[in-house]
Ligand binder design. Structure first.
Ligand code: ADP
Ligand code: MG
Length: 253
């Protein structure tokens, strides 16, 4: 069992503080949702955890199984078991999904170690079967001309192949259509289990109808201001975020 601990994290972009003291612990097997209004720092949080170089962690810590990951580059964090699903994945014309995933697997192996091609394809096809993805899919270039749903399918397949300990999924604001939303939800629900922890970032409650979270957190102005179970998401949907702002203003007064 693994644990991802975010401890009093402060993140700046340039000189501007965005995440302002966020604390959250996720255990494997759990799905946590973070909801919050636009501009509150949700995407900044996920990118900072994944090790994006534009985001400066000014204080606090992120620990994976008790060890800080902050000194590690993004690829080391990925190898340690942190997966960031992109809100807007890049297109890589000329590189097939099969070759891309193979290179990603090879990159995770020790120097001099060679990936066994037949074992790789066996694993790839078993994951594709699990996720009900057509075999023809992996001969296409990564995200090249893909629909929103196909891009999500490609992300989910990467996640299945990399078998992360923790998946950070930022689905905010992307206006996922119903097709893409189902692909993400079915993928996460298929992979959900005792070995995977998920941090699902979403602006809308809609996704949480399909992926029922164990914990829901409201992020506002760079902090978690309220936590609860899945009913909190429904409350937010019904009442909007103004209610949280009013509650905060009242408690500050
Ligand atoms: P959310 O995902 O909750 O909508 P973000 O983390 O994307 O919020 O953004 C939080 C704040 O950081 C916003 O005010 C946004 O304008 C600012 N911001 C995000 N990315 C950048 C960037 N690359 N450069 C400058 N400011 C940024
Ligand atoms: Mg965002």
């Amino acid at each position: 069992m693994s644990q991802l601990e975010i401890k009093d994290l402060h993140v700046s972009i340039g000189e501007k503080p965005i995440v302002k003291g966020l604390t959250l612990t996720i255990h494997s097997g759990e799905v946590h949702a973070i909801m919050g209004p636009n501009g509150t720092g949700k995407s900044t949080l996920s990118k900072a955890i994944a090790g994006h170089p534009d985001y400066t962690i000014t204080s606090g810590d992120v620990l994976l199984d008790g060890a800080s990951i902050l000194g590690q580059e993004a690829d080391e964090r990925a190898r340690a078991g942190i997966f960031l699903a992109f809100q807007y994945p890049s297109e890589i014309p000329g590189v097939s999904i099969a070759n891309f995933l193979r290179a990603a697997q090879q990159a995770r192996m020790a120097e001099g170690e060679e990936l066994d091609a037949s074992a790789y394809y066996k694993r790839l096809y078993s994951k594709m079967d699990l996720l009900k993805i057509d075999r023809k899919f992996t001969s296409r270039s990564v995200n090249d001309g893909f629909s929103g749903g196909e891009k999500k399918r490609c992300e989910i397949l990467q996640m299945a192949m990399l078998e992360p300990k923790f998946a950070l999924m930022d689905e905010t604001d992307s206006g996922l259509d119903i097709d893409a939303l189902r692909i993400v939800a079915d993928g996460v629900n298929t992979m959900r289990g005792p070995n995977l922890g998920v941090l699902l970032i979403t602006h809308y409650q809609r996704l949480l109808d399909h992926i029922v979270p164990d914990h829901v957190h409201v992020m506002y102005d760079g902090r978690i201001v309220k936590s609860g179970d899945k009913s909190l998401a429904l409350e937010l949907e019904a009442k909007g975020y103004d209610w949280i702002k009013k509650e905060l203003a009242a408690s500050a007064a």
